[in-house]
Design a protein around this ligand. Structure first.
Ligand code: GUN
Length: 293
């Protein structure tokens, strides 16, 4: 059994990005600039955005954090998005989700210029991904692809089962794993809350990607011997013994599943750090205008 070290790979990629930025700056080109909009004070979102800003520093990017209170109006947010769309120094920006209920999330996503949509959430990027055109790929699926690639994990002809059909993980992950490419060329099944025999599907998976946000859902009897297991779950489960008061818990019961796997990602230290580094990779790309002029 091999543990996939997302933390180590993410550090390596950040160093590669920093080296490229240093070269660009030495040539007199500008530093990539990522802006993030954060609404309210949700604990998870605060941590994610703080980590994104920290990653920008490690990569040599300029970053801007724009904060609004949770009672911000949709109009104010849309106006800020338009300002960032027009700001020629900003190469890419994100609006951290989830947003307060009074704000129409889809309207916000669609207001972002797709050429600056480094989250890859805009319908133009999602559509281009679906038909295999160059685009910004959303961060978590892209991070998983990087892990598969850097560990040389075979995907061609494999049965890949994805648990969860969210727009930001399950759906794009399925699209990417069936793409004519490496990683890809897999036979993909996406399972969700209405799937008839999810356990049977899981047992047949060569590659199992758990992304439904249910702590410890995947047990040993659901995993084939030698499978590759990727755990996207990051639920904060209350834990009084910890200073933070919670334990970050994956969708996979790691201790009992790991001995059966050829490769497995831990939580934390697996997919999580790769998600942030994928956003950095997209920002680096946005800076070169390599995808969209
Ligand atoms: N909330 C959870 N994951 C993400 C992400 O990748 N991007 C944004 N903008 N919000 C998120």
């Amino acid at each position: 059994m091999n543990i996939i070290d997302g933390k180590a790979i993410s550090e390596q990629i950040k160093q590669e990005i920093a080296a490229e930025v240093a070269e660009r700056v030495a040539r007199g080109e500008k530093r990539p600039h990522l802006a993030a909009i954060l609404v309210g004070h949700d604990g998870g979102s605060e941590t994610y955005v703080a980590n994104k800003v920290k990653a920008c520093e490690a990569c040599g990017f300029t970053s801007s954090l724009i904060r609004f209170e949770s009672d911000v109006t949709e109009e104010t947010l849309l106006a800020e998005i338009e300002r960032l769309n027009q700001d020629t120094d900003v190469d890419g920006f994100i609006v951290q989700l989830p947003l307060p209920r009074h704000i129409n999330e889809q309207r916000i996503i669609e207001a972002i210029d797709y050429r600056k949509d480094v989250d890859g959430f805009h319908p133009i990027n999602v559509g281009r991904l679906a038909i295999g055109l160059p685009c910004f790929v959303s961060a978590t699926p892209n991070g998983i692809l990087q892990l598969l690639k850097r560990y040389n994990i075979e995907t061609s002809g494999k049965k890949c089962v994805i648990l969860g059909r969210s727009n930001i993980v399950g759906k794009p992950m399925g699209t990417l794993m069936m793409q004519k490419a490496y990683p890809g060329d897999a036979t993909v099944t996406v399972c969700h809350s209405r799937s008839k025999d999810l356990v049977k599907e899981c047992r047949e998976a060569d590659i199992l990607i758990a992304a439904m946000g249910q702590p410890n859902f995947v047990k040993a009897d659901m995993v084939k011997e030698g499978a590759v297991v990727i755990d996207v779950g990051t639920t904060r489960v209350p834990d009084a013994t910890r200073k933070s008061g919670f334990k970050l818990t994956g969708d996979v019961k790691f201790d009992e599943v790991a001995p059966k796997c050829s490769y497995i990602t831990p939580v934390p230290g697996g997919v999580g750090p790769m998600t942030i580094v994928s956003l950095m990779m997209n920002t680096l790309l946005a800076g070169t205008k390599a995808i969209y002029k």
